[in-house]
Design a protein around this ligand. Sequence first.
Ligand SMILES: [Zn+2]
Length: 467
Amino acid sequence: MRLLFLGGVRTVTGSMHVLETEGHRLLLECGLFQGHRREANLKNRSLPIPFDVNMIDSALLSHAHIDHAGNFPSLAKKGFDQNIYSTPATRDLCSVMLRDSAYLQEQDAEFINRNNLYDPDLGPVEPLYQEHDVHKAISQFVSVDYRREFDVSPKIRAKFLDAGHVLGSSIIQLDVKTKSGKTRIAFTGDLGRKNMPLSNDPEIPVRPNYLIMESTYGDRSHEPVSDMKKELSRVINQTYQRRGKIIVPSFSLERTQVLVFLIAQLFREKEIPKIPVYVDSPLSVRLTDIFKVHPDCFDEEVRRTIESGKDPFGHANLKYITSVQESMALNTREDPMIIISASGMCEGGRIVHHIRNNMGNPNNTILIIGFMAKHTLGRRIVERQRKLRIFGVDRELNARVEVINSFSAHADKGELLDFVEQCGKELKGIFIVHGDEEQSLALANTLSTHGYDGVVVPFPKQFIEID
Ligand SMILES: [Zn+2]
């Protein structure tokens, strides 16, 4: 059999791999490439699959992030009609995330056409996919709970293990029958961290022979998880004393729910004053509703909160906002408050309005709790640039900028090594994917110096034979 690495290799987005066995071709992930508009558009339109999509016999998905799941509607649009296996929470999150993605694709196409940014030889562009393509893809999902084995083909048995990264995220374990017995392949998807709020700790596959593993932070160490709540309490209290507002750009999936959970805990423990909290993002509100119907995915702490009759994602001082009028009404308020909004990197959406309205006042705080890619407004805020260009106008950044790094939902260098060490001694090959090139190469180097053989950082479109 062989593995084919198609996307999310030597880069972080666009995850896509194929396992070819005798008689079955299995797709792992179908992620969207994210980056500069033009480059992303071109890459996503020409799916990097080197054969007809009807030659794929089944697909498995580790979690609902768009860089892992976001191109399944294109696959469905091109005629792929087989099962897409995931956990139940991943399927439910995908139905919301992919519809949101279709809406963004339609807006994107409209922008390109309105501003004549398309290739004149080819004419106006169509959206990458639309809502009806999402509905088709969602109808192909087959949900299987964690730790329930299922047959993908007569020779491939699969199982999802908890990856502890976001709600429903999984490590995919595949047992392939071979002439000499069985080969176990484990694909980490995105690997979470121990002791994170809401999630269980990542599970460890039992003695896999091959690992396909992520390396987002292959060469970096995070602040300890225990800092998260302490730092959050400090920032809220200090801003409250200045009678300022706290503006938090936050990813809608998982990061917002973790933040809301910790703030509700701090209220109950009387560590922070009764400051109003607004979650101002329609997508975050829809995703939080899905969290509420999957108590099976939470750790002991959240389950205890639910069993004691409390809402882990609600509190008397916390309000979820969907309407534009309510969102705009926050602009005129002068009292201290926390506004959590999207997008996570401040590239669009309601957060940009909140930043524009509050960045000039030195009593306010912009609280950064997520990764900010180069060339985003979020990155310029992290760099504390004196002037920021928003909606075509340069504006002064006088608000305080606080950065808390401990919120990361990806295992760091030490945690990745720890994971491999716990996988046992039967590893014959480790394929490092899903990381910027220097991060992937650094992790490969760390593993080799710890005595692991067969560590490879594949190139895009590379085939690797395994046995
Ligand atoms: Zn992810």
